[in-house]
Design a protein around this ligand. Sequence first.
Ligand code: NAD
Ligand code: UFG
Length: 338
Amino acid sequence: MKTILVTGGAGYIGSHTLVELDKAGYQPVVVDNLVNSNIESIRRVEKLIGKKIPFYNLDIRDAEALEKVMEEYEFFACIHFAGLKAVGESVNKPLEYYSNNMGGTFVLIEQLVKHNCKNVIFSSSATVYGVPETIPITEGCPKGMCTNPYGKTKSMLEDVLMDVQKADKEWNIVLLRYFNPIGAHPSGEMGENPNGIPNNLMPYITQVAVGNRECLGVFGNDYDTPDGTGVRDYIHVVDLARGHVAALSAIERKCGLGIYNLGTGRGYSVLDVIKTFEKVNGVAVPYRIMPRRDGDVAECYSNPQKAKNELGWSAEYGLEEMCRDAWNWQKKNPEGYN
Ligand code: NAD
Ligand code: UFG
């Protein structure tokens, strides 16, 4: 059984990926400092798969601590989720973002080289396209000017990893550009567990629906989109998790460098998401129109054809399942993992 180092595996996307890795016959080992997650997510994964997951509470910038883990296992590959991800916070605390995301990745790569693991899957983001030049966005679309430090770290780390692979062809590196992951494991055992006021649309909707918050603010209804609200490519987190298993298969085939959009290829507006959520779940989501949010683009959705052709991966779930599973998780866990 191949062993996979999963940094940030206690987080939202990481924890869902652990389940899919287990299903595909891999042994995940998690390192996470729980700066934005809760150990309970690992317990829930263990409950779902009926096995223990080796877990190490450490900051990946701590080379010594990471090295101890590297020495204990022989890793086939690393899936690198660990990082800070709040766009707004990154504008106010740029150094924290550069230190954590860039610094953490440098230490990680050094350790991987030292222990001869040259297979990496990196969590990138549609945010690297900035204001996209063309829609739907293909991987060939130029990377835009990212407007915030978070986006810049993703774009710079992509460049770093591409250079690493260029210098040494033994590396297999897959950059996965996620669109908008939402939803939860269909069991309702695992889901998104944001700290404080959610920044993202779906956790805000579920918190309004469950009664934790009064009303959703819709950020702008005067965009050049069919109903004036922002359009995004929402993708079920379980589909996204499976994308990592598909990327591992590409690595097994020695893919060299691979860059893939992971999205559904369909754009939905904020009002589409609210309406679908209300219809599927039979609950009301009161909202009011607010001013546009700084830094938002009108439309962002993918052309996911490259992932389909080369990885044999495509999203299976639609918006209805995303809304159903997000609500199932929130209803069963009104306070998340806390
Ligand atoms: P998350 O915050 O739930 O998970 C990230 C995990 O990394 C957390 O468990 C956190 O505790 C851990 N972590 C952060 N810094 C660390 C460090 N220095 N050492 C050890 N652990 C550390 O976020 P997520 O939504 O699961 O996202 C996973 C990855 O995907 C991130 O890199 C994120 O930037 C990227 N991404 C997320 C989205 C999204 O909308 N959720 C979109 C595009 C890309
Ligand atoms: N929105 C609202 N009200 C809210 C929250 C969001 O109207 O309370 C709107 C936004 O204006 C946008 C849409 O809902 O039109 C989606 O917003 P999110 O904050 O959920 O997602 P973003 O597209 O802004 O960004 C997310 C992640 C980024 C990641 C990007 C990838 O936050 O980290 O997806 O496409 F890079």
